[in-house]
Write a protein that binds this ligand. Structure first.
Ligand code: ATP
Ligand code: MG
Ligand code: MG
Ligand code: MG
Length: 469
């Protein structure tokens, strides 16, 4: 079986041979963009090269980038445990051209790597292009010999990438793999596209335009390429699996999770193990970079992910903290590629243990309260916002944890009610505070607290000019 590590190096070696500088992953906490919460694609560390603000002594690069998508514009937290293809932490393989090669080479590289080096059956591959991008469609026909019905034209923003409200942008082409008609899901662009039959493996962006604030768009002088392929997704198909969670590394973590909770990895608790394995990776990588659980900003995203995993461990019947006991398995699986895991192992273990000890003090009572609240409601009614707020405020349940708990029961939270309860409490705190101190000063403090968005990270969504790949 080709291991995750082999696939990563095959990719980097392939592009290395094609004249690309092999660059190491940048940290998850972006150093060049304070408005961005976590790196969520390979291009993040190269933003200034695409805009021309910075130049380096290479015009082609390739990376395997650590990514976290658990907040802001790209939030895959709710997908974990439910889809075959989403993680909160994953590695994005990418090749980049900074004003060097463009469409024809980018497509030819991708096709050669997939069908020759990786040996993927070309009859299982199909692509999308932006509906006006005849050039890309023609190249696909020429390079890959794909018939028209496997070059799908998409008119939505899914196939038009923007770095931000202004700046470089352009059409993209996405490569999909057909896992077979025994799996539910439809062609890209169809109503069933969210199924897991046709899985997007690679996204190639053609940066060819510049968007200005006045709404005009002009051709870019420097045309660039930005691509991203999910390492776990390509690994799944190369390992003959459909599901990302069946690949070597994820499977080892799922087995470790089953081990510490004395449960069956493939039994009814499988969803819990998937969540635990995924969240173990994202939390450990974040802690290794010095992000610690807190009630705001990045630390709160971390806390949300940690506590979510801890609730799933609790549902598996674990009485004692377990997350920290999984760290050795993660270090064993990924420590060679990411030495920060081994170096940070003690910090990761201690942080997970402290948080789990702390959360366990209120978890039981919170879950009991949740059950009592639900018992008093009609079968399909949403949980009132006030109750969700009490769980948040008194029992330390992040809103998405409560939503996750309710989703299993097919129920939702009245989020408007939650926001209203939150606003009411802030107003009360403000009133109490202004009685003691200087009113103007405290108002400023609360505005800052509001902007940093302790619950929903609005600040992140609105401030960030982040790039989707
Ligand atoms: P999807 O539509 O499946 O959610 P996407 O279009 O959001 O994927 P991109 O932003 O294009 O993904 O990211 C580039 C590549 O990174 C994708 O083609 C996919 O292979 C991989 N990828 C994206 N999100 C995830 C995730 N949450 N977990 C694992 N791999 C991912
Ligand atoms: Mg997505
Ligand atoms: Mg997509
Ligand atoms: Mg995409």
């Amino acid at each position: 079986m080709t291991s995750l590590a082999d696939i990563r190096s095959t990719f980097l070696n392939y592009f290395g041979k094609q004249g690309h500088e092999v660059v190491t992953s940048s940290p998850l906490v972006p150093r060049n963009d304070p408005t961005m919460m976590f790196a969520n694609s390979g291009m993040v560390q190269f933003k200034n090269l695409f805009t021309g603000v910075e130049t380096r002594d290479y015009a082609r690069a390739t990376t395997s980038q650590k990514c976290v998508r658990a907040g802001g514009k790209h939030n895959d937290l709710d997908n974990v445990g439910y889809t075959a293809r989403h993680h909160t932490f994953f590695e994005m393989l990418g090749n980049f051209s900074f004003g060097d090669y463009f469409k024809a080479e980018a497509i030819a590289f991708a096709w050669e790597l997939l069908t020759q080096d990786f040996g993927i059956d070309k009859d299982r591959l199909l692509v999308t292009v932006y509906h006006t991008d005849d050039e890309a469609a023609d190249i696909w026909k020429k390079v890959a010999g794909l018939p028209d019905d496997r070059i799908i034209r998409i008119a939505t923003d899914d196939n038009f990438w923007r770095m931000g409200p202004t700046g470089p942008c352009g059409p993209c082409t996405e490569i999909f793999y057909d896992h077979g008609d025994h799996i539910w899901g439809g062609l890209p662009g169809s109503p069933e596209e969210d199924g897991d039959r046709f899985i997007e493996i690679w996204n190639i962006v053609f940066m060819q335009n510049e968007q200005f604030a006045d709404g005009t768009m002009t051709p870019l002088k420097m045309q660039s390429i930005d691509t991203g392929m999910g390492l776990e997704r390509i690994a799944a198909l190369l390992q003959g699996k459909h599901d990302n969670y069946d690949i070597d590394v994820m499977r080892a973590l799922i087995e470790a999770s089953a081990d510490v909770t004395s449960s069956d990895p493939d039994g009814p608790g499988n969803t819990h193990h998937r969540v635990i394995a995924d969240h173990l990776r994202s939390t450990s990588f974040l802690i290794a970079e010095g992000v610690l659980p807190s009630n705001e900003g990045r630390g709160y995203v971390l806390r949300r992910i940690m506590r979510r995993a801890m609730r799933h461990a609790h549902l598996l019947g674990s009485k004692d903290p377990v997350m920290h006991r999984l760290v050795p398995a993660l270090v064993q699986q990924m420590g060679a590629a990411y030495p920060e895991l081994g170096q940070g192992q003690r910090l990761i273990e201690e942080t997970l243990l402290n948080e789990e000890v702390r959360f366990k003090q209120t978890l039981d009572r919170g879950l009991k309260l949740l059950d009592e609240e639900l018992a008093g409601l009609p079968a399909d009614a949403a949980l009132p916002g006030k109750a969700a707020f009490k769980l948040y405020d008194t029992y330390g349940f992040p809103l998405d944890l409560t939503q996750d708990a309710l989703r299993e029961k097919g129920r939702a939270v009245d989020t408007d009610g939650f926001d209203a309860a939150m606003a009411e409490q802030k107003a009360k705190a403000r009133a109490a505070w202004s009685g003691i101190g200087d009113a103007a000063e405290s108002a400023v403090w609360f505005d800052i607290a509001d902007e940093s968005g302790t619950t929903d990270f609005l600040g992140y969504d609105t401030l960030s000019a982040e790039g989707q790949i």
